[in-house]
Design a protein around this ligand. Sequence first.
Ligand SMILES: [Fe+2]
Length: 400
Amino acid sequence: MKVDPQQLMDDGYIILREVVPPELLAELRASYDTLIERQGGRSWLAGGRQPRLTTNHTVDAATANTIDFWLHENTLGVSRQLMRGPEAAVTEMWVMCSPTRDHGPAEWHRDFDSPNMAPLQGLQMDLLENGPAYVQWNIPLYDDNVLWLVPGSFRRPNTEEEDRQLRADPRQPLPGGIPVELKAGDGVVYINLNHHWGSNYGTKLRRTIHGGYRSIGGPLYPYNPQSCNWDLDRGMGFCRHLSPAARQTFEGWAERLAQERDLVEATLRTVLDRDAAAFRARLAELHPGAKGRIVCVILLSKLAKNIHTLHRPDVAGQPLEARARAIPANVPMCCFYDDLARRFSSTEAGALWQRFAELDDRLQADTMQEVPGRPERRSRYLYYAMPANLDVEEFIASWG
Ligand SMILES: [Fe+2]
């Protein structure tokens, strides 16, 4: 299956027909039914507005086709074409299911969270300059038009009209929003910084494969590195159910991801050591694209913050669930942060966070910043605009 990366950069999404080859559809449906039963069946499906199963937690040899599909030419192969890295790896492997009672429309949103990422303008600049480091997929096993999105919105700030409407009612169609009409087996690959919407979490049968891929070794560092966590969360045990070739793919990825975390650690240590030359060199490895490196520095500051949090005396000895809440993150994501945190002593973690203190200050406003449509998400962190003139050299100078 051949795709045009420019189409993704222009529209922010690509609809692909028969991503699931018709001859695989029935057996994929059957395997996901088995996994859902194993997860708790109907009582599990009753547990939320969009029940979401993590495939690598429940897979066995009989249902290994669910994981294999993430390695298919039509999914992994297409994702490799869309990102500029030498390699692309699967991140989360979910299936989204219909709930047992009607929950109606969700809220329009971008998968974007300024306190844990960078201002939206920075992420957009990095992405437009260096291509995506993450692409997200929906692949329904039954006809599905739940997902809507606003084409091209990943490239720009909210319009005033969008803000007005999000404030008034985030559950109504946004201007320019379109339903993504997918037949069983079709797929949509998209940039999740686009405005998008779960338009109806109703009871109509829904089994939609959902997750994404990140580049490894590409020109930029992804804004959601914690979403690639199958290697750390419950470990690589699920691989024993896979074919030797599939297992080898996951093991190869795990090795490259571990090398990248080594590089993140090494980069953070150059900050700890106030070694400007070494920092510039490591940063250029982590983010080879010359433009957008400051965004990578901001993303590193978030990692430093989480490392610091996990070392806090009131957090460090707590069970994993409580440590995850302290970040806050979900448990699989916390496993990613844990892997980084355990590389530093608590003294180092404190000193490291100090080095980022001035940068973190620059990323915050004096007043609370609104997230239109999501009032509970307001924070002091700048939502859209990057701080004026902020660059890598200013960060280095701030170490004191
Ligand atoms: Fe989303």
